[in-house]
Design a protein around this ligand. Structure first.
Ligand code: ZN
Length: 154
């Protein structure tokens, strides 16, 4: 299958989001970021290890009736830096975004440090600075390198 065939196939949702060029094996993490576990009734298609001309293999996630927020894109960029996000409206790609890691992510991750002020029941939104190999809590400087998706606040 060529890349073009794949793009034709993924364009067939009516309204929603197609997240393409996700690193092979990361599709389920993408669903976790979107807070989708099937219980919400969304129509979701996941392609895993789809042949890709540019990546060898890749994952694709299609979600009907859902667009991604800026904050979700920020976290997505941490685990799938090469992903492209296509917003589909009425079967056409309305917006195509190449995501870029932000300098900070706010509100979407929880701090693993139990003593961090963000875990103290205060009305403080979590804030993490993006560093080369992970993220660092802006309050207590705890660093999360791996399993970022284990710390999703959603
Ligand atoms: Zn912290």
């Amino acid at each position: 299958m060529t890349e073009k065939d794949t793009e034709l196939r993924v364009s067939k949702i009516r309204d929603g989001t197609v997240i393409d060029h996700v690193s092979a094996g990361e599709a389920l993490h993408v669903l976790a970021i979107l807070g989708i576990d099937g219980s919400g009734g969304e129509s979701v298609s996941v392609g895993m290890n789809v042949p890709s001309e540019t990546m060898g293999h890749k994952d694709i996630v299609k979600v009907e009736g859902r667009e991604m927020s800026e904050a979700e894109l920020d976290v997505l960029s941490l685990i799938a830096p090469d992903a492209t996000v296509n917003i589909v409206r009425d079967y056409e790609v309305a917006e195509k975004t190449q995501i870029e890691p932000p300098e900070q992510v706010t509100g979407l991750l929880t701090c693993p440090n139990r003593h961090c002020i963000t875990n103290a029941g205060e009305p403080v939104a979590t804030r993490f600075d993006v560093i080369d190999d992970g993220v660092r809590c802006a309050y207590c400087e705890t660093i999360v390198r791996e399993d970022i998706t284990d710390h999703l606040a959603v």
